[in-house]
Design a protein. Structure first.
Ligand SMILES: CC(C)(COP(=O)(O)OP(=O)(O)OC[C@H]1O[C@@H](n2cnc3c(N)ncnc32)[C@H](O)[C@@H]1OP(=O)(O)O)[C@@H](O)C(=O)NCCC(=O)NCCSC(=O)C[C@H](O)C(=O)O
Ligand code: MG
Length: 282
């Protein structure tokens, strides 16, 4: 399943929710957390059934970002997301796997009673404790993806969310995701400056080179950039096909390493080409 673009939509904004399914995002994250004012959170949760149905009309994966600042709110959000038919939870401010176990135990009987598929978890790491526990968080129950919340991460450290500040923590979280074999979402910079398209395109190209699978965004204008940027280009696909043909011929001739279009090729390079074609196939 492709998850190049994940569009955040505040769960309290009917104007945004109404057309979110037309924006082309692979996944839509209905936010109940920081984009929703405190006095609107109960109403956003109560409306979740309608919101999930509305944003799901285009076939995107539907994810709900729950609150984790207090346990009753967290459990109520998770139960509402389950009842609404969301496929996954975005779980903010995860500092250790404990919260994932708590949610897993809470959801299991609800899912069984309603005969629903298990919702998957995407923890969001947003403080230094979470950063240092990233490997155990990535290996937690139901986890399918990991990402960093750059704004909260910087804030929790008394830092500014500049690319220099965010680069190392975001890469640490990325490597934890890769070590656990789960998806890794993000860019090596803050996503708050969504209007600078040139900088965004460069950041997306960089993230793709690092092996990130996709990224979240807060505005629909970024979705096409993510979809294009995290997809293999036609040139990359053509080259991968030629390289695999050449590798198959070399294999039949009993040759493991060879020169292809002026460059050295051996097994990991062929594996990379096959992975690129698999990604292109969706
Ligand atoms: C950033 C925004 C507040 C901008 O809002 P606004 O100025 O009203 O947008 P536009 O006028 O440019 O909108 C143009 C059209 O696009 C639609 N729109 C805009 N945003 C969205 C959206 N997110 N989803 C769906 N549709 C959207 C408008 O309706 C307009 O369409 P039309 O009506 O047809 O003309 C706003 O974009 C926004 O609120 N974005 C979401 C913010 C959010 O969810 N933030 C939380 C996630 S990020 C985070 O929490 C950080 C992380 O945790 C960390 O710590 O780093
Ligand atoms: Mg945050």
């Amino acid at each position: 399943m492709r998850m190049r673009s994940l569009l955040y939509v505040p769960g309290s904004s009917p104007r945004f929710l109404e057309k979110a399914h037309e924006r082309g995002a692979d996944a839509i994250i209905i936010d109940l957390e920081d984009a929703v004012a405190a006095n609107e959170k109960d109403a956003a949760r109560a409306a979740l059934g309608r919101s999930v149905a509305m944003v799901g009309r285009g076939g995107a994966q539907i994810i709900v970002r729950i609150n984790t600042h207090d346990v009753p709110a967290m459990l109520a959000d998770a139960a509402a997301a389950c009842e609404a038919g969301a496929q996954a939870l975005y779980i903010p401010k995860v500092s250790s796997p404990d919260v994932l176990h708590r949610l897993d135990a809470h959801l299991r009987p609800l899912e069984e009673a309603a005969n629903r598929q298990a919702m998957r978890f995407a923890p969001l790491i947003e403080d230094p404790a979470g950063l240092l526990n990233a490997a155990s968080i990535a290996a937690g129950p139901r986890v399918f993806a990991l990402s960093a919340g750059g704004e909260d991460l910087a804030t929790s450290m008394g830092a500014q969310p500049t690319p220099e500040v965010l680069r190392v923590p975001k890469l640490m979280i990325h490597y934890a995701a890769k070590a656990a074999g789960v998806l890794s979402f993000g860019l090596l910079r803050s996503t708050a400056d969504y209007a600078d398209r040139q900088a965004l395109a460069a950041a997306i190209a960089e993230a793709k080179d690092f092996g990130f699978d996709g990224a979240t965004c807060i505005h629909p204008s970024v979705v096409p950039l993510l979809n294009e940027g995290f997809s293999p280009s036609p040139e990359e696909i053509e080259r991968a096909r030629r390289l695999i043909d050449a590798a198959d011929q070399a294999d039949q001739a009993g040759i493991g390493a060879f020169t292809f279009e002026g460059k050295f090729v051996d097994r990991p390079i062929v594996t990379r080409a096959r992975a690129l074609l698999a990604r292109a196939a969706g």
